[in-house]
Design a protein. Structure first.
Length: 661
């Protein structure tokens, strides 16, 4: 005889959301922000169903509950708000609600004129059973109501009044019979991060190029003196490439030359020398005390330092001699250096994640994070994580999160989509993306649609340039293209960044035609930048960043709507938050004046299409009155090729167009 299942619960719970790969990975959220949960909850027959969302912070013994509400087609929904950083859990419980089923049937029988004497006795038994579950004052209330239902000496109308009372309905909802309840097959996890995980504006710089005296090697102290330059533009994360000692063996020269001169500083990512490895500081930049001064001065200006974590070693790194088993040897006995054909990185050795000593390697790498966390760093940009093992990242990120839930990790993984997404799933807080290479309106709309589908686990960070990426558009598009790309990056994504001062000073000369490498790249040499240049884009960047900080709509990603325009060279989209709507129009043509009629989704921007409304350009402080869904725009590359509008809703009838100019 076939075995009878241990449970005969009639309720089915399926298609829960949010969940990643069936619950294998955690979804992401922000402290204090509601997490909306849905599921299909149903049972056989015609009985009513009830469901609750159960949630708690991992490690807590106590579960909190909130009733789920039906939203149609057996779909149920509720939300919870995690108030602390860390990992939270949720699950769903559903049951056949005998009381709600009885009450619905009673209502139908009364309406049809059917005798309900026995039905009231059935209801009384249900309520009496609930009084035992309730106990105390609620139990006494339910016993009184049960007595009313069962009392045949009372008028039928009085008994029915008790049956349909709000007091009875509420009390029975509070103490339902869940003895045959079903719970979702697994508990789902939510990683709850701090606000900066969802909203951040990064500025990358090489300290060695920030000397107050041109031609000298810059130091932490030099950067400290000029922090106002970065802070005044409205950035909140100052990202430094590796600050560790740089190897001498096979050091690269200017423009990636194979022979370094005596004054060539080397590539910061070729980490390690006789001065130390990943926990040491390049003495040319200063001391640990100088670094701490920079860290604290940055904090006073609202800037948080982000450090680069690059798990690779120069041939001079102490680990080469101390742990040769952590590196891959070639048949000739030499250590395999890094390659990305046709590129060769003779000055760096990759770590072997198939080493015979994985435990030793993993603990040492975690120790690098531990060291800099101990120095007050809570943001890390991780170099090329896709070339290291997924199991390592899943382990180390979980360990870091358990000990320091406020840590943020940005994955620098310009690689295949599925690899990028896997890194986000295993725990990276933010992710670089393909934004730099999405140029046409169709490409941008398609890519944003793809990212929106993945918003439960990936937080895209949009960078129009990096020290490794000088796109063809920036090489040839001039000032208008630099402006347009920053507006797009800063308004399409809530996390964005630039590599400066190369960006605001519009450095656009490639190493060779067709290359995306910079000529005279800072990766290989010290540069001198004119931060006071009258041609700098710093004023525009400042305005865009101010708009980001002033408008909640630009601080989240899952709120984007594209609006049609009758010109493919114009892209129009909006973002919306409670009490705030921002509408963005950008020209994708750096060479010609472009105009278009845009067809606005009035609901998405929260306006009445039958009335006028005001749009306030946050870049120029100009105000315009628009009317209806269809409006005209024209953008000139000789000025600012974009509008970033705050939508001001309805305009009073006595106000004229001219009053907003």
């Amino acid at each position: 005889m076939a075995r009878i299942p241990a449970t005969t619960s009639r309720v089915v719970i399926e298609s829960e959301s949010p969940r990643i790969d069936g619950g294998r990975f955690a979804v992401k959220s922000i402290v204090g922000e509601p997490v909306a949960v849905e599921a299909d909850v149903f049972c056989d027959g015609h009985d009513a169903v009830a469901a609750v969302l159960r949630y708690r912070k991992t490690g807590s013994r106590r579960w909190s509950e909130t009733r789920m509400a039906p939203i149609g087609n057996d779909r149920w929904m509720a939300d919870f708000t995690p108030e602390e950083l860390g990992v939270w859990q949720f699950e769903i419980e559903g049951w056949a609600d005998r009381f709600a089923t009885w009450l619905d049937g009673l209502d139908k029988k009364v309406a049809a004129g059917i005798d309900v004497t026995v039905d009231l006795l059935i209801g009384a038994a249900l309520v009496s059973a609930a009084s035992i579950r309730a106990r105390g004052k609620p139990g006494r209330t339910l016993r009184k109501l049960a007595t009313t239902l069962a009392d045949t000496n009372l008028e039928l109308t009085d008994r029915l009044e008790g049956a349909f009372s709000a007091e009875l309905r509420t009390s029975m909802e509070d103490y339902p019979d869940r003895s045959a309840a079903t719970r979702s097959e697994r508990r789902y996890e939510v990683v709850v991060d701090r606000e900066r995980a969802e909203f951040s504006t990064w500025y990358e710089l090489f300290p060695r190029s920030w000397a107050v005296d041109p031609g000298k090697h810059g130091t932490f102290a030099d950067v400290t003196k000029q922090l106002g330059y970065v802070a005044d533009m409205g950035f909140d994360v100052l990202y430094l490439p590796p600050i560790h000692p740089i190897g001498v063996t096979d050091r690269k020269g200017a423009n990636n030359g194979l022979r370094a001169g005596p004054d060539d500083p080397g590539v910061p990512w070729a980490i390690g020398s006789d001065k130390g490895g990943h926990t040491a500081i390049n003495p040319d930049l200063g001391t640990i005390e100088d670094f701490r001064v920079l860290r604290d001065a940055a904090s006073e200006r609202g800037l948080e330092i982000a450090l680069d974590v690059a798990f690779q070693c120069s041939p001079d790194h102490p680990w080469i001699k101390e742990h040769p088993e952590w590196f891959r040897s070639r048949p000739d006995g030499s250590v395999q250096y890094a390659e990305n054909p046709p590129k060769k990185y003779q000055d760096t050795y990759p770590l072997d994640f198939e080493t015979s000593d994985p435990r030793g390697l993993w603990l040492a790498l975690k120790g690098v994070f531990d060291h800099w966390i101990g120095e007050g760093i809570r943001i890390f940009r991780v170099d090329n994580p896709h070339t290291k093992g997924f199991p390592f990242w899943e382990w180390v990120i979980a360990e870091i999160r358990r000990e320091h839930p406020d840590v943020i990790l940005l994955a620098e993984a310009f690689t295949r989509p599925k690899v990028m997404y896997r890194l986000a799933k295993v725990g990276f807080t933010q992710s670089y993306t393909y934004f730099a290479w999405r140029n046409t309106r169709h490409e941008l709309v398609e890519y944003m649609t793809e990212l929106d589908r993945l918003h439960d686990f990936i937080r895209p960070s949009f960078w129009p340039n990096t020290p490794d990426i000088l796109t063809q558009q920036l090489q040839t598009g001039g000032r208008p293209m630099f402006m347009a790309r920053y507006v797009l990056a800063a308004t399409l994504s809530s996390n964005c960044g630039i590599y400066g001062p190369a960006f605001e000073l519009m450095d656009h000369i490639p190493l060779t035609p067709g290359s995306e490498e910079y000529r005279d790249s800072e990766k290989y040499q010290i540069r001198t930048w004119d931060l006071d240049s009258a041609n700098s884009l710093a004023p525009l960047i400042t305005q865009v960043n101010k708009a980001r900080h002033d408008h909640r709509a630009l601080q989240r990603n899952a709120n984007l709507t594209f609006h049609p325009a009758d010109n493919d060279k114009i892209i129009c989209y909006s973002k919306r938050a409670v009490g705030d709507v921002v509408l963005v129009v950008v020209s994708l043509d750096p060479d010609h004046v472009q105009s278009a009629w845009v067809d606005l989704d009035a609901n998405a921007i929260g306006v009445d299409p039958n009335h006028q409304f005001q749009v306030h350009d946050l870049l120029t402080d100009r105000r315009y009155v628009w009317e209806g869904s269809r409006n005209f725009v024209q953008l000139d590359p000789g000025g600012i090729p974009a509008h970033v509008f705050a939508v001001r809703r309805r305009v009073r009838s006595e106000e004229s167009f001219d009053s907003f100019l």
